[in-house]
Design a protein around this ligand. Sequence first.
Ligand SMILES: Cc1cc2nc3c(=O)[nH]c(=O)nc-3n(C[C@H](O)[C@H](O)[C@H](O)COP(=O)(O)OP(=O)(O)OC[C@H]3O[C@@H](n4cnc5c(N)ncnc54)[C@H](O)[C@@H]3O)c2cc1C
Length: 402
Amino acid sequence: MALLSPAPTSHLAQKTAYHPRIVIVGGGFGGLYTALYLQKYRHLKGASITLIEPRERFLFTPLLYEVLTEELLLWEVAPAYHSLLAGTNIKWQQDWAEHIDLERQRITLRQGDRFNYDYLVVATGAKTRQLPIPGINKHALTFRSLDDVVTVKARLDQLSQASYPVAVTVIGAGASGVELAAKVADRLGRNAQVRLVDRGAQILSPFPQGLRHQAMTALRQRNVELHLQTHINQVGPDTVHLNNVELPSHLTLWATGTEPVPWSGTPVNTNDYGQVLVRPTLQLEDYFNVFVVGDVAAQQKTVPNTAQAAYQGAAAVASSLAKMTRQKQPKRFSYLHLGDMLALGKGTGGVWSFGISLGGKLGGIIRRAVYIHRLPTNHHRFKVARRALGQIGRALWPFKQQ
Ligand SMILES: Cc1cc2nc3c(=O)[nH]c(=O)nc-3n(C[C@H](O)[C@H](O)[C@H](O)COP(=O)(O)OP(=O)(O)OC[C@H]3O[C@@H](n4cnc5c(N)ncnc54)[C@H](O)[C@@H]3O)c2cc1C
């Protein structure tokens, strides 16, 4: 195997066109953004780029909570691949990759199709980790996929009509749990008691103090009950058992524990968590034409499993692919932590960046603007921004419509 690239050198010598076959498995932040970043490189215009992704729609996870409070619509946070990829040279293959054969440089899909590649990018992400809590799979709802969002929203719509006091339990006081608790409290209002449960001693443990403080304030303002250092023993249809005490819970949300989607094919080395070991360039250890990016990659300790890290990794991988197809060295991926942002209720948020922290409505506006800027493709970004500006305009217009 060539050290840098499988590109035939003869085409360079003869100046004939070279059309590398680039296959990308997984169309999330790592995979979709790699494919889109590749569009920037003119010499790759003739490349064959195939994106293998089974879902119909890309999911912009940081903005999913806004769907629960109807601040954003489904099409805004989950644009369809066919519209995102229109006008590009990216071919979307809607299927699961079942087997990666690193020796033959070939991917086999669930429906039986096969794709040979010169370069491969694997970005299959993470999934919910099973927890050994009786009843959790049956009675608690997760919040990761588009189906989850639709199911949770429908349940909240039902509960908002309830004639009895509603109890909601959110399991896990990490970013997702805190954001869910605050949004659910705003969605259901005074008729609901939201509780946030974690076995740890504090919420948002890896986050900066300023942001944690804003989150605590937002939860307190919404009367969210905090149950820290608390064990969940069982989840029932309308109950939870916390430290062996049964409490009512008409909706139990499970926002904790992920694990990487397992690698399937030629065996590769992984860390204890199951993430694939990669070089600092995100290349696979023994296969230099294979990159692994996003949550499924075991990167340096300072790189978190976040969308922010995945799309920065995607830019680095696209740049390395552009270099390698010109017989140049790939670049080391160096992650720059730009900050942290949280949705802390309807219209409000917390932002922390380079030591500065902002909260409340201003934090909410900045967070939304940053994420709209991060949406894939200019066309989609423009459509979402136009609707957001319309909403702001209507809110500021002094004459209320009758
Ligand atoms: C509710 C929620 C909120 C979040 N909020 C934030 C946030 O505010 N900020 C932040 O930075 N991060 C956030 N994250 C984390 C962020 O979503 C992930 O870190 C990020 O999506 C990782 O990108 P990825 O490309 O590795 O995986 P993903 O974006 O999950 O993409 C993986 C893709 O691979 C596909 N796939 C899986 N297996 C196969 C296969 N065998 N064949 C083909 N395709 C396959 C999947 O369908 C999926 O589309 C949030 C996550 C969730 C669930």
